[in-house]
Design a protein around this ligand. Structure first.
Ligand code: MRU
Length: 367
């Protein structure tokens, strides 16, 4: 994606030093555009944990690069397979909800099986990490073409098409086009009038900070709303479609996504607004079926709820928004049951959130 006329990817390998992984620092946006440099497994772990790198698909790619960096940390006395298995466990433990992280790390680990000679572990890991990035980029491009058809259909009766989105399922999070944003960019490019309602997405405000920034960079009309506004807009016919990402979708179509997604799905269902979850197959976890009981919802530091981070006097800083000793809780995600979801938009096309339809689209995931 172009930023200030220069093309950037969500995460990449340094061109002149292949021992450095780089990514856009999502914590600094939209106030500063900075690139983060990562040289060790710990650097990757920290970047994911602190949400310098965040969003399901790019977390997966970062985990994959983490295993590559782990191969570079080996010395003559290292037991390679033990070292890599420890690194894999460590990286996967970083954030529990998005399945992309374990999927990508396990994908690399399978490539680094015992038949791979020690001298080619790094090259094999790097190749697999780059493969994941390329594949996710292509997946996001395909997702855009399928989502575009849905937007096109609505545009026959609505001008502009009002799309509500939650959190950030844009190119920073989803490798170079985004998932939700991929079809929005395409519609915009093709001259289909679209307007996006951007949920601020408390507590970390990924919508306000990242989605609004991405859409602004691409010139897509959008309006920022507080998280509690969507229901009101839907009651008044001001939302034509809700499009959100997914951190983990089960075999029967339950979707874990950023906290607050479920409330939007309820409001959409009550007001007959179509509700789509948009994701690549790396976010599909066909090994589980019931999202409510089988998905671990990440709990983060309550301080993220008690404070708000913003920009003032040329600096990024946080302010307390409640009495100092107030107890807070910070669930990172919620589960939207399949019954509230109109359809799943993936790289293979669009399907109903039902096991037989998902299985037909992704038979390999059900082996
Ligand atoms: O906690 P985050 O910011 O990593 O959560 C991200 C979301 O919930 C996104 O909506 C999700 O990853 C799906 S698409 C990137």
């Amino acid at each position: 994606m172009l930023v200030g006329g220069k093309n950037y990817k969500s995460i990449w390998l340094d061109e002149s030093n292949p021992e450095i992984v780089r990514a856009i620092d999502q914590q600094k946006l939209p106030f500063f555009f900075e690139i983060r440099e990562m040289r060790t497994v710990d650097d990757i772990f920290y970047a994911i944990k602190e949400m310098i790198i965040r969003g399901a698909p790019v977390i997966g790619a970062a985990g994959a690069f983490g295993i590559y960096l782990a191969t570079l940390e080996m010395t003559a006395t290292t037991n390679p397979h033990l070292h890599l298995e420890n690194a894999a466990r460590y990286l996967i433990s970083c954030r529990p909800t998005a399945v992309n992280l374990s999927w990508a790390v396990n994908y690399i680990m399978e490539k680094l099986n015992k038949n791979v000679p020690e001298y080619s572990l790094s090259a094999t890991a790097l190749q697999a990490a780059l493969e994941i990035c390329e594949k996710e980029e292509e997946n996001c491009r395909q997702i855009g073409t399928h989502g575009l058809e849905v937007i096109k259909e609505i545009s026959k009766i609505k001008n502009p098409v009002n799309i509500l989105t939650h959190c950030n399922a844009g190119w920073l999070a989803c490798i170079d086009y985004g998932t939700v944003t991929s079809s929005i960019y395409l519609a915009h490019e093709k001259g289909i009038p679209v307007h996006v309602w951007v949920d601020e997405t408390r507590p970390l405000n990924q919508g306000a900070r990242l989605t609004a920034w991405e859409l602004g960079q691409a010139g897509v009309p959008h309006t920022l709303i507080s998280d509690n506004t969507g229901g009101h807009l839907m009651q008044h016919g001001m939302v034509d479609i809700v499009m959100v990402g997914s951190d983990r979708t089960t075999s029967k179509g339950d979707v874990a996504n950023k906290i607050g997604t479920y409330l939007k799905a309820l409001a959409a269902s009550e007001n007959n607004v179509p509700f789509y979850s948009v994701f690549p197959s790396s976010s599909l976890d066909a090994s589980i079926s019931d999202g409510m009981t089988e998905i671990t919802v990440e709990e983060r530091d309550p301080e993220e709820v008690k404070n708000v981070t913003g920009f003032s006097g040329g600096k990024i800083g946080s302010v307390l928004i409640c009495p100092e000793n107030t107890k807070a809780v910070n669930y990172g995600f919620d589960i939207t049951p399949a019954k509230y979801i109109t359809g799943l938009i993936t790289e293979k096309g669009i399907c109903k959130p039902a096991e037989k339809d998902i299985k037909k689209m992704f038979p390999d995931k059900f082996n």
